[in-house]
Structure formats: structure tokens, C-alpha cells
Design a protein around this ligand. Structure first.
Ligand SMILES: Cc1ncc(COP(=O)(O)O)c(C=O)c1O
Length: 349
């Protein structure tokens, strides 16, 4: 079986977990603080706040800008992007995406921007959204930006990991480029946002049993942070292998299906290798019978889901949902695996 995702866990992570277990300090402590310091340096932000998962990171990011906001989100993404808006009393406004990059289409965002408080572009599958265009549109209209970079740690725009946004979030779920088991983080250059998120993460407590406002328990554990510290040291080599695998697979199947497009201004970190084909269902069936994992990210646009039920029209997102399929390119995939995947693709389309 070639799985669609596989976390790479070595002795460094295992030894780190054992040393935390032996230390007796399991909840928030020095490993969380070290992980935050390493993350902010790696990502190029002033502050990093580690939390229990990427959804919690989104939720706190939205709350730190205020409740009941109108927030533009892409129609083609994971549900948590829009849920975090609803959970904060806000209204997600679904915006269509670009068919080449899968990311929010700046021209479509521009149509609704004057009535938005915040924009929440997503760097889907590991490719940054069009940072130049989105920053321009948002700054001209006084709209704040929360980047949902859950899938794109390590990605760059014009050589930078800091996208000049107000807040960015990461997820460390096991399918992501690095994992802490469950986990997430908030990145920002804004001291007030950082302080508010840190309080909201820990029951609103500035000091023990002194509550500034009602808060959550969205803390990351020491075990998770210790794993994260070991994973972060390996991230660049994971990205290098993913990129190499994506290149090999692109060369093998590029004449048969539409392979991922990478904007020249960015570094794509290939959290997913997502192709488009009209024969998607046949390909899925054949991959399954050949014991090759795949993912349909995503089978339906968010606006059409019961949780959101919005009447916007997003024809590009609708069409993509019928054609996309993601293939394994994670660091444990071998060249032999890539040839096997390519053979099944070529025979199916
Ligand atoms: C685009 C996007 N946003 C948010 C999340 C939520 O992250 P988590 O699963 O860590 O809560 C994910 C996770 O899959 C994601 O892909």
C-alpha cells in the first residue's frame, strides 16, 4: 500500500517524547516556549503562539480582530476556514478561486471587498495565494488579512515566509508537512493580537486564577511541542523531497493530466500534489485496486454545504470539485512508487 500521507517519525521525536514523559511536566512549559521561538524565527514573524490545532488557531485569530465580522473566504478549502468565522459570530462570504492555482481569485475578491472586514485567503496544497494582489486589494480597502497557511509551512512569496499579513496560522495535523500529532500556531507581528491570542488560549488568564475575559483551553502540550521541535529541524529536507517527487511525477504524467501549476513568484511546498482530469472517478477506482492511496480534496464547494448554505455562485470551485484528485508525493514515496502511480494514471485517463 502506498498511503496518501505518512508522517516521518524518527528517533529524535521518540527520544524527545520520552524525555518529556520522564520530566513530569506535560502541559504548557519550556518545550512549548522553545517551539514558539523556533517557529517565529523560521517563519519570519515577531510572535508565535502554539495552540492545540489549526482550527483553534483560526478561531483565536478571528476573535482577536473582534466578533461578528464579515470575512471573505475561498469556496474551495477545508471546512475549518469558514467554520472559524461562524464560530466567532461572523459571516463567511464565499469567493471563487483561480482554476490554475486553486487559491482565492483576486478579481473575484475585488468584487466584494468594500463590504468586508477581513479577508482569509488560504495557501492551498502548499502554494501561497497571490500575496501581491491580495495585499494590494486589502490595504486599499482597509481590510485585515488572516492567512490560512495550515497546509503551507515553509512556503515563500518573493523569497519571504512572512506574507505581510496581519495574522497567519499553521496546522501540524499528521498529514501536514510537519506534525506535532494534533497542533497549530498563530503567527503575527502585532503585539496586541499576540497577547490577546495567548490569553484566549489559556482561559483568559494573565496570571493564575486572574481572568481578563472568558477564554478557552487551546493549549499545546509539552509532548506535542517536543515532537514539533524535532520535526522543524527536518522540515527543509521534507520539502526538498516533496518537491523532487512532485517534479518526477509531473514529468511522468504531465502529458496525460493537468499537473499542479506553480507561480514563479512563490516556493510551493507540495503538501498535496493535486491533478485535474475528467476521468477522475475511473482513476480513483484504479488507484484503489492497485493499493495506491489518493485524496479528493475537496468533493464539494463550501458554499453548498449544510453548515454554510450560501447562495453565491462559484463556478470554478464547482468545476474543480468534479475533477481534482491528489496523489502521494510525501517523503516516504520512492521512485519505484512514483513509476507505479504514473502507470496507473496513464492507463486510466
Ligand atoms: C486549509 C486548512 N485550514 C484549517 C485546517 C484546520 O487544521 P486542524 O486540522 O489542525 O484543526 C486545515 C486542516 O486540515 C486545513 O487544511
Amino acid at each position: 500500500m502506498i498511503p496518501i500521507a505518512k508522517p516521518v517519525i524518527g528517533n529524535e521525536e521518540i527520544n524527545a517524547v520520552i524525555s518529556v514523559l520522564e520530566s513530569g511536566m506535560l502541559a504548557h512549559g519550556k518545550f512549548v516556549e522553545q517551539f514558539e521561538a523556533s517557529l517565529k524565527d523560521y517563519c519570519g514573524y515577531k510572535y508565535a503562539i502554539a495552540v492545540s490545532n489549526g482550527t483553534a488557531a483560526l478561531h483565536l485569530s478571528v476573535l482577536s480582530l473582534g466578533k461578528n465580522k464579515k470575512i471573505a473566504v475561498p469556496d474551495f478549502t477545508f471546512g475549518a476556514t469558514a467554520s472559524s468565522v461562524k464560530l466567532s459570530g461572523g459571516e463567511p462570504v464565499f469567493v471563487d478561486v483561480d482554476k490554475k492555482t486553486f487559491n482565492i481569485d483576486p478579481a473575484q475578491l475585488e468584487k466584494v471587498i468594500t463590504s468586508m472586514d477581513v479577508a482569509m485567503p488560504v495557501s492551498l496544497f502548499g502554494q501561497p495565494y497571490d500575496v501581491d494582489e491580495i495585499n494590494k486589494i486589502c490595504s486599499e480597502n482597509g481590510v485585515k488579512i488572516i492567512s490560512d497557511n495550515a497546509q503551507s509551512i515553509g512556503a515563500e512569496w518573493n523569497g519571504k515566509r512572512n506574507f505581510n499579513d496581519d495574522i497567519a496560522i499553521l496546522s501540524f495535523y499528521p498529514t501536514k508537512n510537519i506534525t506535532t500529532t494534533e497542533g497549530g500556531a498563530i503567527l503575527t507581528d502585532d503585539k496586541n493580537v499576540a497577547e490577546t491570542c495567548a490569553l484566549l488560549r489559556n482561559h483568559g488568564q494573565k496570571e493564575r486564577y486572574s481572568y481578563e475575559f472568558p477564554g478557552y483551553n487551546y493549549r499545546m502540550t509539552e509532548l506535542e511541542a517536543a515532537i514539533g521541535l524535532a520535526q522543524l529541524k527536518k522540515l527543509d529536507s521534507f520539502i526538498e523531497t516533496r518537491t523532487k517527487n512532485a517534479k518526477i511525477l509531473s514529468e511522468l504524467i504531465g502529458k496525460h493530466v493537468e499537473i499542479p501549476f506553480a507561480d514563479k513568484r512563490c516556493k510551493h511546498v507540495y503538501n498535496q500534489f493535486t491533478i485535474k482530469t475528467d476521468k477522475r472517478d475511473m482513476l480513483a477506482k484504479n488507484l484503489k485496486s492497485n493499493e495506491i492511496g489518493y485524496g479528493i480534496y475537496y468533493p464539494s464547494p463550501l458554499h453548498s454545504q449544510k453548515a454554510f448554505n450560501s447562495h453565491v455562485k462559484c463556478p470554478v470551485a464547482e468545476a474543480l470539485c468534479k475533477k481534482v484528485i491528489s496523489l502521494p508525493i510525501h517523503p516516504s514515496v520512492t521512485e519505484e512508487d512514483l513509476n507505479k502511480i504514473a502507470d496507473v494514471v496513464k492507463k486510466s485517463v
